[in-house]
Design a protein around this ligand. Structure first.
Ligand SMILES: NC(=O)c1ccc[n+]([C@@H]2O[C@H](COP(=O)([O-])OP(=O)(O)OC[C@H]3O[C@@H](n4cnc5c(N)ncnc54)[C@H](O)[C@@H]3O)[C@@H](O)[C@H]2O)c1
Ligand SMILES: N[C@H](CO)Cc1c[nH]c[nH+]1
Ligand SMILES: [Zn+2]
Length: 428
């Protein structure tokens, strides 16, 4: 592993580079697939499904029978676990509902703001190297609470053209029945433009690998919104001597096993903790079934020693991790001063996996430093704020003259007239 001691600030940017490809690297591929899906629809989707997923499909829609078969294949243990997670995610996201905001700004001028659901949403559920059915809970639950009318789900097929039964079971449990066996760039293209079988949506949600993430970013050029760039998983842990090295190593490995392009970082003010965590990673990695993938990610990852908590905080905010675990004697300091992170996990008994599955928070989070400007998925992601206003005769008398003066000053006579005509009528 890369161990770095007291790096100079001018080296931080290079040190904090993510190991993923970016928009510039993948843009041309995405543009080609987008224009083909836009002009040829399902035929192009089938071509790229064959190319990238290795399966020829002439029907992408999952049937009701497939869903029924899947339901019967899930153990009751797993169903119970999913139910517990569902209940916590529902509780946390329902609590995010807000009241209408209503203000009389001037006498006779009533303004209010209300939230309305986005009517058509597309959910991308990753399935390349693991069937992330937990992501369905993270997206479909808030979509339902928000009241979205049309919910469409895309997820990649396996080499036999099948979808993992747990994905189908969880989708059905969350009331999603428009499920398409399409993954990667071609799925994002289908949701953006619509095809003969896949409906076009207004907003696309969900995490994915670097191809999916760049495709989502480029989809915004075509009148579709996205939740945020939610690419290869990341974790940054800050730990001092009060942390448990085995716990820290297990957390770092939990995100490293997502893929070779995931990145995990340990920041510590204790040289001993860095040594101990390194040893623990070696031990725990050895027995992981996804050892090869995790090892590649670990090779890109870093153990960084900094001499003060202030410097540690500065580098953490510079990095803007997707997930941030705090296990130190000064947890309050880090929690109060963190400016850039997707989701924060506090204390020795708060593993990141809890947020991935069952604590109730959302696991669809900004990666690649986008935590500096984006929030993770939440109830508001599925809604728009709309404003309303109702002005009485008294109200227009109160604010009309100011509007006339401002419109005149902008040289917009028609704007002024819209008020003047009304004021004149009230004078009669
Ligand atoms: N940020 C988050 O909130 C979050 C949450 C969950 C998962 N993740 C991340 O999601 C990712 C899931 O990745 P995955 O690969 O397992 O599944 P995926 O569904 O995101 O991607 C699989 C698809 O990628 C496409 N693809 C593969 N190689 C390609 C190539 N060379 N060119 C073009 N397209 C190609 C294929 O069409 C395939 O269907 C992981 O990186 C994981 O860390 C992130
Ligand atoms: N850690 C991922 C978010 O970056 C989410 C996930 C789903 N399943 C397991 N983990
Ligand atoms: Zn995870």
């Amino acid at each position: 592993m890369n161990k770095i001691y007291n790096p100079n600030k001018e080296d931080w940017e290079a040190l904090l580079q993510r190991p993923t490809q970016t928009l510039e690297d993948i843009e041309l591929t995405v543009n080609d697939i987008f224009s083909e899906v836009r002009s040829k629809g399902d035929v192009a989707v089938a071509k790229y499904t064959d190319l990238f997923d290795g399966i020829k499909l002439d029907n992408f829609k999952v049937s009701t029978e497939d869903i029924e078969v899947a339901k019967a294949a899930i153990s009751s243990n797993l169903k119970d676990a999913i139910q517990l997670a569902k209940s916590n995610i529902e509780k946390f996201h329902k609590a995010q509902k807000t009241q209408r905001v209503e203000v009389t700004t001037s006498k006779g001028v009533d303004c209010w703001q209300e939230k309305r659901p986005i009517q058509k949403v597309g959910l991308y559920i990753p399935g390349g190297n693991a069937p992330l059915f937990s992501t369905i809970l993270m997206l479909a639950i808030p979509a339902n609470i928000a009241g979205c009318k049309e919910i469409v789900l895309c997820t990649p097929p396996d080499k036999n053209g099948e979808i993992n039964p747990v994905i189908l079971y969880t989708a059905a449990l969350c009331g999603v029945d428009k499920i398409f066996k399409i993954g990667g760039i071609q799925a994002i293209a289908a949701l953006t433009f619509g095809t003969e079988t896949v409906p076009k949506v207004y907003k696309i949600f969900g995490p994915g690998n670097q191809f999916v993430t760049v495709a989502k970013q480029l989809a915004t050029k075509f009148h579709v919104a996205i939740d945020m760039p939610a690419g290869p998983s990341e974790l940054l842990v800050v730990a001092d001597d009060t942390a448990d090295a085995a716990f820290v190593a297990s957390d770092l490995l939990s995100q490293a096993e997502h893929g070779a392009d995931s990145q995990v970082i340990l920041i510590s003010t204790s040289e001993k903790m860095i040594e101990d965590v390194e040893k623990e990673i070696e031990l725990q990695l050895e027995i992981l079934p996804r050892k090869e993938m995790a090892a590649k990610s670990i090779a890109n990852s870093k153990l960084i020693y900094l001499e003060s908590k202030q410097l540690a905080m500065e580098i953490i905010n510079e990095y803007g991790p997707e997930h941030f675990i705090v296990c130190t004697a000064h947890n309050d300091f880090y929690v109060e001063n963190v400016a850039n992170a997707g989701s924060v996990f506090i204390g020795n008994y708060t593993p990141e996996s809890a947020g991935d599955y069952a604590s109730g928070t959302n696991h669809t989070l900004p990666t690649n430093g986008f935590a500096k400007q984006y929030s993770g998925v939440n109830l508001d992601s599925f809604m728009k704020s709309m404003t309303f206003q109702k002005i009485s005769e008294e109200g227009i008398r109160n604010i009309g003259p100011a509007i006339e003066i401002m419109a005149e000053a902008e040289g917009l006579q028609a704007h002024k007239n819209a008020v003047t005509l009304r004021l004149n009528k009230l004078k009669k």
